[in-house]
Ligand binder design. Structure first.
Ligand code: NAD
Ligand code: IPM
Ligand code: MN
Length: 344
């Protein structure tokens, strides 16, 4: 029997609720694998109790896992950014999660809020370790009417190239073979120019891939008016964050959107999590949709080479979505139903 060493970080708010369901489905899908799961108490409770977000000793332990499953972090009782930067981003940066993979698909029988019946099946390859997320900034004359705040976006040829090459390879492997670079090179001429140059330089290695470019503002138009035009989108950390919440909204909602934070070199464990956050507005009420986490488990299994188990989960989710209708179900009812389909 093979084994899987899994680090689990439920986190805050609905994170704990959806991770319970994700694990349920994981257990059902991998019944022939010994899962050694270690659950880490990280998030708001730990910070209030100890002042810690992600101690280095815990990070080192997590490095030894095969993969990480995360719910969500962030809580209204903790200053904004403390957990988001100190826990989630610390992990993405320390574990070199440079490809943030966020697929968007409108499943059969599931309604998009968009007019008509659009066909939507694209994937956003969001750069995960650079951009304005690096924390390169500061404030001067803080608290005064003359305060100045900066947040510098870091873009390196190395960092862009590895994510652009990954996106081209993904486009090549998909039937439509199309890659869209999304940036804002009409204003952010330095960073945008570098992204354009790297795409131009890598493109000849992938002659079958059709390539185009959109400014990020126009990309939001087409995501609503013509989402079928997209196949693979490659973009920077911040644009990718924003576009993928929009992508979730047009494909059935944020409760369905899965993601993988990948270290493509496989030096470090990759981390799988729903795109959504801790949703304090519905936390503790059993209202959260665990489907995004369950689909993130499928991405994790695919990444780990358990392709049959991943396909079983995806099929079970598709069947569940097709029959959902409008009846409200609790978080655990959805998890139970999908786990039963996987097992059965
Ligand atoms: P959010 O994604 O938590 O919530 C936005 C809206 O979507 C809310 O109305 C929420 O109820 C709804 N929603 C989210 N997930 C849902 C689900 N599974 N089922 C049903 N409805 C769902 O975003 P926010 O409100 O901007 O952020 C709340 C907190 O989460 C903040 O602290 C933020 O920093 C944090 N956050 C964390 C992550 C993460 O851990 N990866 C991601 C985004 C936001
Ligand atoms: C996400 C979240 C995070 C991000 C925050 C919480 C740091 O919004 O995973 O999409 O911006 O990447
Ligand atoms: Mn986000």
């Amino acid at each position: 029997m093979s084994s899987l060493k899994l680090a689990v970080i439920p986190g805050d708010g609905i994170g704990t609720e959806v991770v319970t369901e994700g694990r349920k489905v994981l257990d059902a899908a991998l019944s022939d694998v010994k899962i050694e799961a270690h659950e880490y108490d990280l998030g708001a409770r730990r910070w209030h109790a100890t002042g810690e977000t992600l101690p280095d000793s815990v990070l080192e332990e997590i490095r030894g896992a095969d993969a990480i499953l995360l719910g969500a972090v962030g809580d209204p009782s903790v200053p904004s950014g403390v957990l988001e930067r100190g826990l989630l981003l610390k992990m993405r940066f320390a574990l070199d999660h440079h490809v943030n993979l966020r697929p968007s698909k409108l499943y059969p029988g599931y309604a998009s809020p968009l007019a008509g019946d659009p066909s939507i099946d694209f994937v956003v390859v969001r750069e995960g370790t650079e951009g304005p997320y690096v924390g390169n900034g500061g404030s001067l004359r803080t608290g005064t009417p003359h305060e100045v705040a900066t947040e510098v976006s870091l873009n390196t040829a190395f960092g862009i190239e590895r994510v652009v090459r990954d996106a081209f390879a993904r486009a090549q492997a998909r039937p439509r073979k199309k890659l869209t670079l999304v940036h804002k090179d009409n204003v952010l001429v330095h960073a945008g120019g570098l992204w354009q140059r790297i795409v131009r330089e890598v493109a000849p290695e992938f002659p079958d891939v059709e390539q185009d470019y959109l400014h990020v503002d126009a990309a939001t138009i087409f995501l609503v008016t013509n989402p079928g035009r997209f196949d693979v989108i490659v973009t920077d950390n911040l644009f990718g964050d924003i576009l993928t919440d929009l992508a979730a909204a047009i494909t059935g909602g944020i409760g369905l959107a899965a993601s993988g934070n990948l270290d493509v070199s496989r030096t470090n464990p990759s981390m799988f999590e729903p795109v959504h956050g801790s949703a304090p507005d519905i936390a503790g009420q059993g209202k959260a949709d665990p489907t995004a986490t369950i689909l993130s488990v499928a991405l994790m299994l695919e990444h780990l080479g358990h392709n049959d188990a991943a396909a079983k989960i995806t099929a079970a989710v598709e069947a569940d979505l097709a029959e959902r209708g409008t009846a409200a179900r609790s978080t655990s009812q959805i998890g139970d139903a999908i786990a039963a389909r996987v097992a059965g």
